[in-house]
Design a protein around this ligand. Structure first.
Ligand code: A4P
Ligand code: MG
Length: 174
């Protein structure tokens, strides 16, 4: 039986070391995963730090993912890429600098209330660095037609996203 392909959005952030190298490596590795059928990135933004503000600026983007994985399996795949990027949670402060942060934002209409996985991501609607790329991707791409995304488009259209501290960023030419 063919496995059902479902869609999810993942928030990507990095503000230590070679930020773009860490992000690009993780995206390439996720693309090679057999259970990930497609991966579509938003534009990339350079963003002022939120929460702990005394830390380097971030690169942020959102990726739309098509996958046969469950939400729990997709989270595992994301956490494995964070570890591969050298992330060490023991040495980190909450909301502090990190080499790579991959947050599962939304997985169609799935909800979870576990410490290990909360869905939708609890801080999604507070964060312009997530909402701006998510909105851009949903407006541009015809791929995301699930009813959950139609509702999301409507809600995003009604939400003020403060542009302060967000700047489009272009990756260097290879
Ligand atoms: N976890 C539970 N639900 C989820 C989910 N939906 N997605 C659990 C991902 N993980 C989830 O994660 C801690 C645990 O959360 C994981 O083990 C997972 O099982 P973490 O990544 O170590 O925690 P964190 O990222 O330090 O904390 P938190 O609260 O998730 O931080 P945020 O919200 O990601 O904020 N400013 C700018 N400009 N750009 C940023 O990207 N990021 C942060 C971090 C702060 N300020 C920022 C940015
Ligand atoms: Mg995180």
């Amino acid at each position: 039986m063919a496995a059902v392909i479902r869609q999810a959005f993942v928030g990507v952030g990095a503000n230590l070391g070679d930020r773009w190298a860490a992000i690009r490596t993780a995206l390439e590795s996720l693309r090679k995963t057999a259970a990930i059928a497609a991966l579509e990135p938003s534009a990339i933004y350079e963003t002022a730090p939120v929460g702990v503000t005394d830390q380097p600026v971030f690169l942020n983007l959102v990726i739309g993912v098509e996958t046969t994985l469950t939400p729990e399996e997709l989270l595992e795949a994301l956490l494995a890429r964070e570890r591969a990027a050298g992330r060490n949670r023991e040495k980190e402060t909450r909301w502090g600098p990190r080499t790579l942060d991959l947050d599962l934002l939304l997985f169609e209409n799935e909800t979870r209330q576990e410490p290990r996985l909360t869905l939708p991501h609890p801080r999604l609607w507070d964060r312009a660095f997530v909402l701006a790329p998510l909105k851009e991707l949903l407006e541009r791409s015809a791929r995301f037609q699930h009813p959950a995304w139609q509702e999301l488009r409507t809600r995003l259209a009604k939400t003020a996203i403060p542009p302060d501290g967000l700047q489009l960023w272009t990756p260097p030419k290879e």
